[in-house]
Design a protein around this ligand. Structure first.
Ligand code: P6P
Length: 283
């Protein structure tokens, strides 16, 4: 596993350089989810693919930016599912973006995730790694190397509310849930970038990030393998919870297709409890 984490550190430095120096324009293509691809999406994907192709424990790669599975080493142990540059369109307005990695052993489903990582490209490059051995581990780049900052733990109750999706397409009880948290004094923290938004809640003690099913996207927008399950693991390892709109743990998801999405809620225990109440699911 260490060779995977070391490779992610190298990739982080290279992608950060690309963000700061390369063309922010659009390519002529779409990704498998039908989203316009930025040249940076393609470049970041290439950087990751090139970095992992010589790592023998990596069996295959699955990218949010491409269809299908890229087989690398027949006797490899892990399949890495990744979003090379999540929220990439935010780069052109100079907001933070990120890369997300889910490391799976065997069939690509939640219970087979053995580790996850993400990178935040912001005023500094920051990394978070999580394995089943303990709390997520937070690192910060310094002159091309990564300093260990500390373990991350979510408080039982936080102060931040990150409500995703188009509000006019929320169902009534989701809107009530969001408004009730604001009425309790929660602060709105939503940039439109999943990685910095979830990173902020993890580092600032807690709260909730929600991306519900909506009238325009009944199954949500965020992809199970590359986004939802890796962050669900992070939040559970930090002492929080991560569920879908039926109250099921996101770590129990079994995607039918690599690009399947899911409604998703990540947060501290108090806020997840309030969500379960609002959605009428068992506590
Ligand atoms: P909305 C970025 O496009 C992304 O995939 C995530 O990073 C982010 O959380 C979400 O979409 C934002 O979606 O519909 O709230 O703009």
């Amino acid at each position: 596993m260490q060779s995977i984490f070391d490779t992610i550190k190298k990739v982080a430095i290279k992608i950060d350089h690309a963000i700061k120096t390369e063309d922010l324009g659009y390519s002529d293509n779409e990704n498998p989810s039908g989203e316009d691809q930025l040249k940076l999406d393609v470049k970041s994907d290439y950087i990751i693919e090139q970095a992992f192709k010589d790592i023998s424990i990596v069996k295959a790669l699955v990218s949010e930016e491409k269809e299908g599975v890229l087989e690398l080493h027949d006797d490899g142990k892990y399949t890495i599912c990744y979003d090379p540059l999540d929220g990439s369109s935010l780069a052109e307005v100079n907001l933070s973006v990120g890369s997300i990695f889910g490391i799976y052993e065997g069939e690509l489903k939640g219970e087979n995730l053995v580790a996850s990582a993400y990178v935040v490209y912001g005023p500094r490059i920051e990394l978070m790694f999580a394995t089943k051995e303990g709390k997520p581990l937070h690192y910060r780049a310094n002159e091309g190397l990564f300093d260990f900052i500390g373990e991350v733990t979510l408080d039982e109750k936080g102060k931040l509310n990150a409500p995703g999706g188009t509000q006019q397409n929320w169902c009534d009880y989701h809107k009530t849930f969001v408004d009730d948290l604001f009425a309790e004094g929660y602060r709105l923290r939503y940039s439109g970038g999943m990685v910095p938004d979830l990173h902020q809640i993890l580092l600032k003690g807690g709260g909730i990030f929600s991306y519900p099913g909506t009238s325009d996207k009944p199954n949500g927008k965020l992809r199970q393998l590359f986004e939802v399950i890796p962050f669900a693991f992070m939040y559970e390892q930090a002492g929080g919870q991560a569920i879908n709109s039926k109250g099921m743990r996101l770590m129990e998801l079994v995607p039918a297709h690599p690009h399947d999405t899911s409604p998703c809620f990540f947060g501290s225990n108090y806020e997840i409890g309030k969500l379960k109440e609002a959605y009428g699911v068992k506590a």
